[in-house]
Write a protein that binds this ligand. Structure first.
Ligand SMILES: Cc1cc2nc3c(=O)[nH]c(=O)nc-3n(C[C@H](O)[C@H](O)[C@H](O)COP(=O)(O)OP(=O)(O)OC[C@H]3O[C@@H](n4cnc5c(N)ncnc54)[C@H](O)[C@@H]3O)c2cc1C
Length: 389
Protein backbone atom coordinates (compact mmCIF):
# COMPACT_ATOMS: atom_id res chain seq x y z
CA UNK A 1 0.00 0.00 0.00
CA UNK A 2 1.31 3.48 -0.77
CA UNK A 3 0.75 6.40 1.51
CA UNK A 4 -0.14 9.74 -0.02
CA UNK A 5 1.96 12.14 1.99
CA UNK A 6 0.83 15.68 2.54
CA UNK A 7 3.81 17.57 1.15
CA UNK A 8 2.51 20.57 -0.74
CA UNK A 9 5.27 23.00 0.15
CA UNK A 10 5.43 25.55 -2.65
CA UNK A 11 9.14 26.10 -3.06
CA UNK A 12 10.27 22.64 -2.04
CA UNK A 13 12.87 21.05 -4.29
CA UNK A 14 13.42 17.31 -4.16
CA UNK A 15 16.76 15.88 -5.29
CA UNK A 16 17.40 12.20 -5.94
CA UNK A 17 21.07 11.35 -5.45
CA UNK A 18 23.77 12.81 -3.24
CA UNK A 19 26.75 12.67 -5.60
CA UNK A 20 28.42 15.82 -6.90
CA UNK A 21 25.49 17.01 -9.02
CA UNK A 22 22.94 16.41 -6.26
CA UNK A 23 25.14 17.75 -3.44
CA UNK A 24 26.02 20.92 -5.37
CA UNK A 25 22.41 21.56 -6.43
CA UNK A 26 21.22 21.04 -2.83
CA UNK A 27 23.82 23.53 -1.61
CA UNK A 28 22.95 26.19 -4.17
CA UNK A 29 19.20 25.76 -3.79
CA UNK A 30 19.52 26.04 0.00
CA UNK A 31 21.78 29.08 -0.35
CA UNK A 32 19.09 30.65 -2.56
CA UNK A 33 16.50 30.12 0.17
CA UNK A 34 14.62 27.08 -1.22
CA UNK A 35 13.49 24.19 0.94
CA UNK A 36 15.59 21.27 -0.24
CA UNK A 37 15.05 17.62 0.45
CA UNK A 38 17.78 15.32 -0.86
CA UNK A 39 17.57 11.52 -0.83
CA UNK A 40 20.72 9.41 -1.12
CA UNK A 41 20.64 5.65 -1.43
CA UNK A 42 23.88 4.93 0.44
CA UNK A 43 23.74 4.94 4.23
CA UNK A 44 27.26 6.31 4.72
CA UNK A 45 30.16 7.85 2.74
CA UNK A 46 31.18 5.26 0.18
CA UNK A 47 33.71 4.62 -2.58
CA UNK A 48 32.69 5.36 -6.16
CA UNK A 49 33.98 4.25 -9.50
CA UNK A 50 35.91 7.28 -10.68
CA UNK A 51 39.45 8.19 -11.71
CA UNK A 52 39.13 10.94 -9.06
CA UNK A 53 40.83 13.56 -11.17
CA UNK A 54 39.16 16.83 -10.16
CA UNK A 55 39.66 19.40 -12.92
CA UNK A 56 40.27 23.11 -12.33
CA UNK A 57 36.73 23.99 -13.47
CA UNK A 58 35.24 21.46 -11.07
CA UNK A 59 37.28 22.87 -8.21
CA UNK A 60 36.25 26.39 -9.18
CA UNK A 61 32.56 25.43 -8.91
CA UNK A 62 33.06 23.81 -5.51
CA UNK A 63 34.98 26.78 -4.14
CA UNK A 64 32.35 29.14 -5.55
CA UNK A 65 29.64 27.44 -3.46
CA UNK A 66 31.76 27.66 -0.33
CA UNK A 67 33.40 24.23 -0.06
CA UNK A 68 36.96 24.43 1.25
CA UNK A 69 38.40 21.95 -1.26
CA UNK A 70 42.02 22.56 -0.26
CA UNK A 71 41.22 21.46 3.29
CA UNK A 72 40.32 17.98 1.97
CA UNK A 73 43.95 17.13 1.30
CA UNK A 74 43.91 16.25 -2.41
CA UNK A 75 47.08 15.65 -4.41
CA UNK A 76 47.95 18.42 -6.90
CA UNK A 77 48.29 17.17 -10.48
CA UNK A 78 50.04 19.28 -13.10
CA UNK A 79 51.22 16.79 -15.75
CA UNK A 80 49.63 14.30 -18.09
CA UNK A 81 51.49 11.19 -19.19
CA UNK A 82 50.34 9.02 -22.01
CA UNK A 83 51.66 5.47 -21.89
CA UNK A 84 51.49 2.61 -24.36
CA UNK A 85 53.50 -0.55 -23.76
CA UNK A 86 56.97 0.64 -22.75
CA UNK A 87 56.61 4.06 -24.46
CA UNK A 88 55.61 7.18 -22.62
CA UNK A 89 55.16 10.85 -23.42
CA UNK A 90 54.54 13.65 -20.95
CA UNK A 91 53.08 17.16 -21.21
CA UNK A 92 52.12 19.81 -18.68
CA UNK A 93 48.36 20.10 -18.20
CA UNK A 94 46.82 23.42 -19.24
CA UNK A 95 45.62 23.76 -15.60
CA UNK A 96 46.27 22.16 -12.20
CA UNK A 97 43.91 19.36 -11.19
CA UNK A 98 43.52 17.50 -7.90
CA UNK A 99 43.54 13.81 -7.05
CA UNK A 100 40.82 13.53 -4.42
CA UNK A 101 38.78 10.49 -3.45
CA UNK A 102 35.05 10.62 -4.08
CA UNK A 103 34.38 9.18 -0.66
CA UNK A 104 35.93 12.26 0.93
CA UNK A 105 34.72 14.79 -1.64
CA UNK A 106 31.07 13.70 -1.96
CA UNK A 107 30.71 13.42 1.78
CA UNK A 108 32.23 16.86 2.38
CA UNK A 109 29.84 18.33 -0.17
CA UNK A 110 26.79 16.69 1.42
CA UNK A 111 27.88 17.94 4.85
CA UNK A 112 28.27 21.40 3.35
CA UNK A 113 24.75 21.18 1.85
CA UNK A 114 23.41 20.33 5.31
CA UNK A 115 25.29 23.28 6.83
CA UNK A 116 23.67 25.51 4.19
CA UNK A 117 20.22 24.30 5.23
CA UNK A 118 19.43 21.32 2.97
CA UNK A 119 17.58 18.38 4.48
CA UNK A 120 19.68 15.35 3.50
CA UNK A 121 18.33 11.84 4.10
CA UNK A 122 20.64 8.88 3.58
CA UNK A 123 19.62 5.20 3.14
CA UNK A 124 16.71 6.23 0.91
CA UNK A 125 16.40 4.39 -2.41
CA UNK A 126 13.85 6.49 -4.29
CA UNK A 127 11.46 5.03 -6.85
CA UNK A 128 9.86 7.20 -9.50
CA UNK A 129 6.45 6.46 -10.94
CA UNK A 130 4.94 7.97 -14.05
CA UNK A 131 1.38 9.18 -13.60
CA UNK A 132 -1.16 10.65 -16.00
CA UNK A 133 -0.24 14.17 -14.89
CA UNK A 134 3.51 13.78 -14.41
CA UNK A 135 5.69 11.86 -11.98
CA UNK A 136 5.49 10.86 -8.37
CA UNK A 137 8.29 9.70 -6.15
CA UNK A 138 8.02 6.92 -3.65
CA UNK A 139 10.33 7.09 -0.64
CA UNK A 140 10.41 4.68 2.24
CA UNK A 141 9.17 6.30 5.48
CA UNK A 142 8.16 9.45 3.53
CA UNK A 143 5.44 8.13 1.28
CA UNK A 144 4.52 8.91 -2.27
CA UNK A 145 3.98 12.37 -3.71
CA UNK A 146 4.49 14.66 -6.71
CA UNK A 147 7.20 17.24 -5.91
CA UNK A 148 6.93 20.75 -7.33
CA UNK A 149 10.49 20.54 -8.58
CA UNK A 150 12.39 17.30 -9.01
CA UNK A 151 16.11 17.05 -9.75
CA UNK A 152 17.28 13.64 -10.95
CA UNK A 153 20.92 13.41 -9.87
CA UNK A 154 21.11 9.66 -9.51
CA UNK A 155 24.16 9.06 -11.73
CA UNK A 156 24.86 7.00 -14.82
CA UNK A 157 22.15 4.41 -14.63
CA UNK A 158 18.44 4.87 -15.21
CA UNK A 159 15.89 5.27 -12.49
CA UNK A 160 13.27 2.57 -12.68
CA UNK A 161 10.15 4.22 -14.08
CA UNK A 162 11.97 7.09 -15.79
CA UNK A 163 14.33 5.62 -18.33
CA UNK A 164 16.36 7.77 -20.70
CA UNK A 165 16.35 7.22 -24.44
CA UNK A 166 19.82 6.08 -25.50
CA UNK A 167 20.91 7.54 -28.83
CA UNK A 168 23.26 4.67 -29.64
CA UNK A 169 23.99 1.19 -28.31
CA UNK A 170 25.96 1.14 -25.06
CA UNK A 171 29.47 -0.28 -25.41
CA UNK A 172 30.31 -3.60 -23.81
CA UNK A 173 32.87 -2.18 -21.38
CA UNK A 174 33.53 -3.03 -17.76
CA UNK A 175 35.05 -0.48 -15.39
CA UNK A 176 37.11 -1.15 -12.26
CA UNK A 177 38.57 1.07 -9.59
CA UNK A 178 40.80 0.25 -6.66
CA UNK A 179 43.56 1.78 -4.53
CA UNK A 180 47.16 0.72 -3.99
CA UNK A 181 49.92 1.90 -1.70
CA UNK A 182 52.84 2.05 -4.15
CA UNK A 183 56.40 1.63 -3.00
CA UNK A 184 58.31 4.84 -2.23
CA UNK A 185 60.10 5.03 -5.61
CA UNK A 186 56.93 4.56 -7.63
CA UNK A 187 54.99 7.00 -5.44
CA UNK A 188 57.69 9.57 -6.11
CA UNK A 189 57.66 8.82 -9.85
CA UNK A 190 53.88 9.32 -9.99
CA UNK A 191 53.85 12.57 -8.01
CA UNK A 192 51.88 15.42 -9.60
CA UNK A 193 51.04 13.31 -12.67
CA UNK A 194 48.03 11.58 -14.07
CA UNK A 195 48.96 8.64 -16.27
CA UNK A 196 46.64 7.43 -19.00
CA UNK A 197 47.76 3.96 -20.00
CA UNK A 198 46.30 2.52 -23.21
CA UNK A 199 45.95 -1.20 -23.88
CA UNK A 200 44.52 -2.95 -26.94
CA UNK A 201 41.51 -3.91 -24.79
CA UNK A 202 40.92 -0.55 -23.06
CA UNK A 203 42.71 2.00 -20.93
CA UNK A 204 43.58 2.84 -17.34
CA UNK A 205 44.15 5.99 -15.31
CA UNK A 206 46.70 6.03 -12.49
CA UNK A 207 47.25 8.94 -10.10
CA UNK A 208 47.74 9.77 -6.45
CA UNK A 209 44.90 10.95 -4.24
CA UNK A 210 44.95 12.26 -0.67
CA UNK A 211 47.08 10.35 1.86
CA UNK A 212 49.42 9.24 -0.92
CA UNK A 213 47.24 6.34 -2.11
CA UNK A 214 47.24 5.56 -5.83
CA UNK A 215 43.91 5.30 -7.64
CA UNK A 216 43.90 2.74 -10.47
CA UNK A 217 40.76 3.08 -12.55
CA UNK A 218 40.33 1.20 -15.80
CA UNK A 219 37.89 0.33 -18.53
CA UNK A 220 38.23 -2.85 -20.58
CA UNK A 221 36.19 -4.78 -23.13
CA UNK A 222 34.06 -7.36 -21.43
CA UNK A 223 35.50 -9.92 -23.88
CA UNK A 224 38.96 -9.30 -22.35
CA UNK A 225 37.60 -9.83 -18.86
CA UNK A 226 36.17 -13.16 -20.01
CA UNK A 227 39.47 -14.16 -21.62
CA UNK A 228 41.13 -13.40 -18.28
CA UNK A 229 38.85 -15.87 -16.54
CA UNK A 230 36.11 -13.38 -15.60
CA UNK A 231 37.88 -12.19 -12.45
CA UNK A 232 39.72 -9.03 -11.39
CA UNK A 233 42.76 -11.06 -10.35
CA UNK A 234 42.91 -12.70 -13.78
CA UNK A 235 42.46 -9.38 -15.57
CA UNK A 236 45.14 -7.61 -13.53
CA UNK A 237 47.54 -10.53 -14.06
CA UNK A 238 47.06 -10.28 -17.85
CA UNK A 239 47.37 -6.48 -17.91
CA UNK A 240 50.57 -6.61 -15.87
CA UNK A 241 51.97 -9.31 -18.15
CA UNK A 242 51.33 -7.16 -21.23
CA UNK A 243 52.14 -3.68 -19.88
CA UNK A 244 55.66 -3.13 -18.57
CA UNK A 245 54.84 0.34 -17.26
CA UNK A 246 51.94 -0.77 -15.09
CA UNK A 247 53.99 -3.77 -13.92
CA UNK A 248 56.76 -1.42 -12.81
CA UNK A 249 54.31 0.87 -10.99
CA UNK A 250 52.61 -1.97 -9.13
CA UNK A 251 55.68 -3.99 -8.20
CA UNK A 252 55.76 -4.14 -4.40
CA UNK A 253 52.42 -2.28 -4.17
CA UNK A 254 49.85 -3.13 -1.50
CA UNK A 255 46.18 -3.34 -2.56
CA UNK A 256 44.05 -1.24 -0.21
CA UNK A 257 40.55 -2.53 -0.99
CA UNK A 258 39.45 -6.14 -0.45
CA UNK A 259 38.14 -6.11 -3.99
CA UNK A 260 37.77 -3.39 -6.61
CA UNK A 261 34.56 -1.59 -7.39
CA UNK A 262 33.10 -2.52 -10.76
CA UNK A 263 30.66 -0.97 -13.20
CA UNK A 264 29.19 -2.23 -16.44
CA UNK A 265 27.67 -0.62 -19.52
CA UNK A 266 28.19 3.07 -18.87
CA UNK A 267 26.26 5.01 -21.57
CA UNK A 268 29.24 7.09 -22.76
CA UNK A 269 28.36 9.89 -25.15
CA UNK A 270 24.76 10.16 -23.93
CA UNK A 271 23.30 13.69 -23.89
CA UNK A 272 19.68 14.12 -22.86
CA UNK A 273 17.82 15.58 -25.84
CA UNK A 274 15.12 17.81 -24.46
CA UNK A 275 11.68 17.80 -26.04
CA UNK A 276 8.86 20.30 -25.65
CA UNK A 277 6.89 17.47 -24.06
CA UNK A 278 9.44 17.12 -21.21
CA UNK A 279 7.96 17.88 -17.82
CA UNK A 280 8.87 21.51 -17.02
CA UNK A 281 9.72 20.76 -13.38
CA UNK A 282 11.87 17.62 -13.84
CA UNK A 283 15.57 18.31 -14.36
CA UNK A 284 18.23 15.71 -15.20
CA UNK A 285 21.59 16.59 -13.67
CA UNK A 286 25.13 15.23 -13.98
CA UNK A 287 25.41 11.80 -15.54
CA UNK A 288 21.63 11.67 -15.92
CA UNK A 289 21.99 14.44 -18.49
CA UNK A 290 25.39 13.89 -20.11
CA UNK A 291 28.02 11.14 -19.81
CA UNK A 292 31.49 12.02 -21.11
CA UNK A 293 34.17 9.42 -21.94
CA UNK A 294 35.98 8.81 -18.65
CA UNK A 295 39.56 9.48 -19.77
CA UNK A 296 38.73 13.18 -20.31
CA UNK A 297 38.48 13.56 -16.53
CA UNK A 298 35.74 16.18 -16.77
CA UNK A 299 32.59 14.29 -15.74
CA UNK A 300 32.65 15.95 -12.32
CA UNK A 301 32.90 19.44 -13.84
CA UNK A 302 29.94 18.67 -16.10
CA UNK A 303 27.96 17.42 -13.08
CA UNK A 304 28.71 20.66 -11.20
CA UNK A 305 28.03 22.83 -14.24
CA UNK A 306 24.67 21.09 -14.72
CA UNK A 307 23.80 21.69 -11.06
CA UNK A 308 24.57 25.42 -11.32
CA UNK A 309 22.66 25.73 -14.58
CA UNK A 310 19.63 23.85 -13.18
CA UNK A 311 19.53 26.09 -10.10
CA UNK A 312 19.80 29.18 -12.29
CA UNK A 313 17.04 27.92 -14.65
CA UNK A 314 14.78 27.04 -11.75
CA UNK A 315 15.33 30.31 -9.91
CA UNK A 316 14.78 32.40 -13.06
CA UNK A 317 11.64 30.30 -13.80
CA UNK A 318 12.89 29.29 -17.22
CA UNK A 319 12.22 25.64 -16.45
CA UNK A 320 13.64 22.28 -17.41
CA UNK A 321 13.25 22.51 -21.19
CA UNK A 322 15.42 25.66 -21.31
CA UNK A 323 17.88 24.05 -18.89
CA UNK A 324 18.29 20.85 -20.93
CA UNK A 325 18.75 22.78 -24.17
CA UNK A 326 21.31 25.10 -22.58
CA UNK A 327 23.24 22.24 -21.00
CA UNK A 328 23.35 20.39 -24.28
CA UNK A 329 24.66 23.54 -26.02
CA UNK A 330 27.36 23.85 -23.34
CA UNK A 331 28.62 20.26 -23.31
CA UNK A 332 27.54 18.31 -26.41
CA UNK A 333 30.56 19.37 -28.49
CA UNK A 334 32.95 18.40 -25.67
CA UNK A 335 31.29 15.01 -25.39
CA UNK A 336 31.48 14.45 -29.15
CA UNK A 337 35.19 15.35 -29.17
CA UNK A 338 35.88 13.09 -26.21
CA UNK A 339 34.05 10.22 -27.94
CA UNK A 340 35.98 10.80 -31.17
CA UNK A 341 39.31 10.81 -29.30
CA UNK A 342 38.22 7.71 -27.43
CA UNK A 343 37.40 5.89 -30.69
CA UNK A 344 40.72 6.96 -32.20
CA UNK A 345 42.58 5.77 -29.10
CA UNK A 346 40.81 2.40 -29.25
CA UNK A 347 41.54 1.65 -32.91
CA UNK A 348 44.76 -0.25 -33.71
CA UNK A 349 46.09 2.45 -36.14
CA UNK A 350 45.10 5.17 -33.66
CA UNK A 351 46.98 3.44 -30.85
CA UNK A 352 50.06 3.01 -33.02
CA UNK A 353 50.05 6.75 -33.85
CA UNK A 354 49.33 7.96 -30.33
CA UNK A 355 52.81 8.17 -28.84
CA UNK A 356 54.70 9.28 -32.02
CA UNK A 357 52.15 12.07 -32.64
CA UNK A 358 52.17 13.17 -28.98
CA UNK A 359 56.00 13.21 -29.03
CA UNK A 360 56.15 15.25 -32.21
CA UNK A 361 53.41 17.60 -31.01
CA UNK A 362 53.24 17.74 -27.18
CA UNK A 363 50.82 20.67 -27.35
CA UNK A 364 48.37 18.24 -28.95
CA UNK A 365 47.88 16.57 -25.54
CA UNK A 366 47.11 19.93 -23.96
CA UNK A 367 44.77 20.78 -26.79
CA UNK A 368 42.96 17.43 -26.39
CA UNK A 369 42.60 18.13 -22.66
CA UNK A 370 41.27 21.66 -23.34
CA UNK A 371 38.85 20.54 -26.07
CA UNK A 372 37.11 17.99 -23.85
CA UNK A 373 36.31 20.33 -20.95
CA UNK A 374 33.40 22.61 -20.13
CA UNK A 375 34.51 25.89 -21.71
CA UNK A 376 35.66 28.66 -19.37
CA UNK A 377 33.14 30.93 -21.13
CA UNK A 378 30.20 28.66 -20.20
CA UNK A 379 31.46 28.36 -16.60
CA UNK A 380 31.75 32.15 -16.27
CA UNK A 381 28.35 32.74 -17.86
CA UNK A 382 26.56 30.39 -15.47
CA UNK A 383 28.39 31.68 -12.42
CA UNK A 384 27.57 35.30 -13.31
CA UNK A 385 23.92 34.46 -13.92
CA UNK A 386 23.71 32.65 -10.59
CA UNK A 387 24.73 35.75 -8.74
CA UNK A 388 21.84 37.64 -10.37
CA UNK A 389 18.98 35.22 -9.53
C1 LIG B 1 35.53 4.64 -14.91
C2 LIG B 1 35.19 6.09 -14.68
C3 LIG B 1 36.19 7.01 -14.39
C4 LIG B 1 35.88 8.37 -14.22
N1 LIG B 1 36.88 9.25 -13.91
C5 LIG B 1 36.59 10.56 -13.78
C6 LIG B 1 37.61 11.48 -13.41
O1 LIG B 1 38.75 11.12 -13.16
N2 LIG B 1 37.27 12.81 -13.31
C7 LIG B 1 36.00 13.26 -13.53
O2 LIG B 1 35.76 14.48 -13.44
N3 LIG B 1 35.01 12.39 -13.84
C8 LIG B 1 35.27 11.06 -13.95
N4 LIG B 1 34.26 10.18 -14.21
C9 LIG B 1 32.90 10.69 -14.33
C10 LIG B 1 32.31 11.04 -12.97
O3 LIG B 1 32.51 10.00 -12.06
C11 LIG B 1 30.82 11.31 -13.10
O4 LIG B 1 30.59 12.12 -14.22
C12 LIG B 1 30.25 11.98 -11.86
O5 LIG B 1 30.36 11.11 -10.76
C13 LIG B 1 28.79 12.32 -12.06
O6 LIG B 1 28.26 12.81 -10.85
P1 LIG B 1 26.71 12.61 -10.52
O7 LIG B 1 26.46 13.38 -9.29
O8 LIG B 1 25.91 12.87 -11.75
O9 LIG B 1 26.55 11.04 -10.25
P2 LIG B 1 27.14 10.15 -9.08
O10 LIG B 1 28.40 10.69 -8.57
O11 LIG B 1 27.15 8.76 -9.63
O12 LIG B 1 26.07 10.25 -7.92
C14 LIG B 1 24.79 9.67 -8.02
C15 LIG B 1 24.27 9.41 -6.61
O13 LIG B 1 22.91 9.01 -6.67
C16 LIG B 1 22.68 7.96 -5.74
N5 LIG B 1 21.52 7.22 -6.23
C17 LIG B 1 21.43 6.45 -7.34
N6 LIG B 1 20.18 5.96 -7.46
C18 LIG B 1 19.47 6.42 -6.40
C19 LIG B 1 18.12 6.26 -5.97
N7 LIG B 1 17.24 5.51 -6.67
N8 LIG B 1 17.72 6.88 -4.84
C20 LIG B 1 18.59 7.64 -4.11
N9 LIG B 1 19.89 7.82 -4.47
C21 LIG B 1 20.32 7.23 -5.61
C22 LIG B 1 23.99 7.17 -5.77
O14 LIG B 1 24.17 6.41 -4.59
C23 LIG B 1 25.02 8.30 -5.92
O15 LIG B 1 25.51 8.76 -4.67
C24 LIG B 1 34.54 8.81 -14.36
C25 LIG B 1 33.53 7.88 -14.63
C26 LIG B 1 33.84 6.54 -14.77
C27 LIG B 1 32.73 5.55 -15.07
Amino acid sequence: MTVKANRSIDNEVVIIGGGLAGGAAATMMAQAGCRVLLFERESAPSHKICGEFLSAEAKQYLVRIGLDVDALGGHVISRLRLVRGASMVEAPLPFHGLGLSRRVLDNALLEHAIDCGADVRRSRDVRVLKTASGVEIDVEKFGRWAPNTLLLANGKHDLRGLRREPVKPVEDLVGFKTYFRLDATQTQALRESVEVIVFPCGYAGLQLVESGRANLCLLVDRAQLQRSGGTWDGLLRDLLRDCAHLRQRLTGATPLLDRPLAIYRVPYGFVHASKESDLPHVYRLGDQAAVIASFSGDGMAIALHSAALAVQSHRSRRGAHYYHQRLSADVAAQLARASALYRLGRSAPGQAMLIPVARAWPRGLQLAAALTRVSPRAVTRVQRALVQV
